[in-house]
Ligand binder design. Structure first.
Ligand SMILES: *Cc1c(COP(=O)(O)O)cnc(C)c1O
Length: 460
């Protein structure tokens, strides 16, 4: 399997090269040259596999045996998912007639652990094999940062720099990152928004001499390995529900920000998983919802919400979807992304929008609706939704059979939950005393040159 760029100007790469490159050198995103197909008979067999075994089966065709031998992939998967506190890793639970896929049993209690534990182990494996060092650079709106830091803390040959928007992440999220004192972990609070952070990261990746000299690696959802690891739980959830009947179609409601998680669902569908509908749920930062309704993708200003991990105005993974929607025409994707850069908006023809709407149903959920959803669900079932999950559950209202992805543990967003139900959720053991722990973090201007100097100084 070889990897190409959504903008078509990168020579084909191996899986390991794609993982180490992160963002493509032509400014695009990396994708496999073709999407492996899963026959119905094989799908049925997968339905009963435990999570780590399923992960091996799903991911196997995305790298050649020579590049990543099965025995090594097995070791990486087993190590990555052993640190989850639930034996099923991502259990599917039934609560008050709703199906909820709990993705928050990893070390930082957010779904991003699934992919980032895998990516941390994968980086370590590739570096040990090929030699060299890696400096991971990423921007976070909260959960990615802590999950990434926990994925690579203390690992040899790796430094990690994570930018988060100063005082725009929850206190628990902030402390989950800044209380990790390993010498290879560098937290930076930028005086700006998450989009500023993403822009700085993109600028530094596009600074090719800097990027090469410092061997920058990505851990944002632009890294292909993260998307791949996330496809696994779509297959897993389907297996739990379908009893292996390949005719059984399911829908998923996905709380969406950067379009990474839902793109993994799209990939699963393209591989042959019988997905009926992908319900794309946004908060009031609704750029993606508008796209699927109107065909217009236009960036605006970020509005803070009670679901901050979805507070974005430019969804970094959307370009991958656009590539498929535009019939894998890299030149056209490059042209449109240039237009987006210049004018802040792009429009796709109505026929394309209608095609997208055959699979995706988009819904933007207001702040009030989110809190009401948490409250009524709690009153009816005693189960506490985190605000992100609540956005998805609300969007799934017209689809009672849909599986709702639960992307974070409610205790991560205790204040918002408290606002909805009158008390904060119980704090799990991983969080006890967190806010009192010592921490380390640099507060810097949201400016590319400043961040570049800081990285150089830290690594000197
Ligand atoms: C990151 C995140 C999301 C959004 O996922 P994307 O892959 O960026 O679309 C939703 N909920 C939570 C809790 C998150 O951390």
């Amino acid at each position: 399997m070889r990897y190409i760029s959504t903008r078509g100007r990168v020579a084909p790469l191996s899986f390991s090269q794609a993982v180490m490159m992160g963002l493509a050198t032509d400014g695009g995103l990396l994708l496999p040259e073709s999407i492996p197909q899963v026959e119905p008979a094989r799908l049925s067999q997968w339905a009963t596999l435990p999570f780590a075994e399923l992960a091996i089966a799903v991911m196997r065709p995305f790298a050649t045996e020579e590049d990543l031998p099965t025995a090594d992939l097995r070791a990486i998967c087993q190590r990555s998912f052993a640190c989850f506190t639930h034996p099923e890793v991502t259990p599917l639970v039934h609560v008050g007639g709703r199906r909820i896929l709990e993705l928050f049993h990893g070390p930082t209690l957010a779904f991003k652990d699934v992919a980032l534990q895998f990516l941390g182990n994968l980086f370590e494996y590739i570096l040990a094999r090929d030699g060299g060092e890696l400096n991971i650079l990423g921007a976070t709106s909260g959960d990615t940062g802590s999950a990434a830091i926990h994925g690579v803390r203390g690992r040899a040959g790796i430094h990690i720099f994570i930018l988060h928007p100063h005082q725009r992440v929850s206190p628990i999220q902030e402390r989950q990152m800044t209380s990790v004192l390993d010498a290879n972990v560098h937290n930076v609070a930028i005086q700006g928004s998450f989009d500023d952070g993403q822009r700085i990261v993109k600028d530094l990746f596009n600074d090719l001499p800097f990027r090469e000299q410092y061997r920058l690696g990505a851990i944002n959802s632009i890294n292909w390995a993260r998307i791949l690891a996330q496809t696994v739980y779509y297959f897993y959830a389907w297996g739990r529900l379908s009893s292996g009947n390949p005719q059984r179609r399911v829908s998923f409601a996905v709380p969406t920000g950067n379009f990474g998680d839902i793109f993994a669902g799209y990939l699963a569908q393209r591989m042959g998983l019988p997905i009926e509908r992908l319900i794309l749920a946004t908060n009031r930062n609704d750029i993606l919802a508008r796209f699927f309704r109107e065909g217009l993708y236009g960036t605006g200003h970020v509005q803070p919400t009670v679901s901050p991990s979805m507070d974005i105005q430019r969804a970094s993974n959307f370009e991958r979807y656009l590539y498929y929607l535009l019939d894998e025409d890299g030149a056209e994707v490059g042209r449109l992304m240039g237009e987006l850069e210049e004018t802040g908006r792009i429009v796709v023809p109505e026929a394309k929008r209608a095609l997208a709407a055959n699979l995706f149903t988009a819904c933007a959920v207001s702040e009030e609706e989110t809190l009401t959803q948490i409250r009524t669900f709690y009153q009816e079932t005693g189960y506490i939704l985190d605000p992100h999950t609540a956005v998805g559950v609300k969007a799934a209202e017209p689809f009672p059979d849909a599986i709702c992805l639960a992307t974070a543990h409610p205790a991560k967003f205790g204040a918002a939950v408290g606002q909805a139900i009158g008390h904060e959720p119980e704090v799990p053991p991983a969080f006890s005393g967190l806010l009192e722990r010592p921490s380390r973090c640099a507060v810097l201007a949201a400016d590319t040159a400043t961040i570049k100097r800081h990285i150089m100084a830290q690594l000197a």
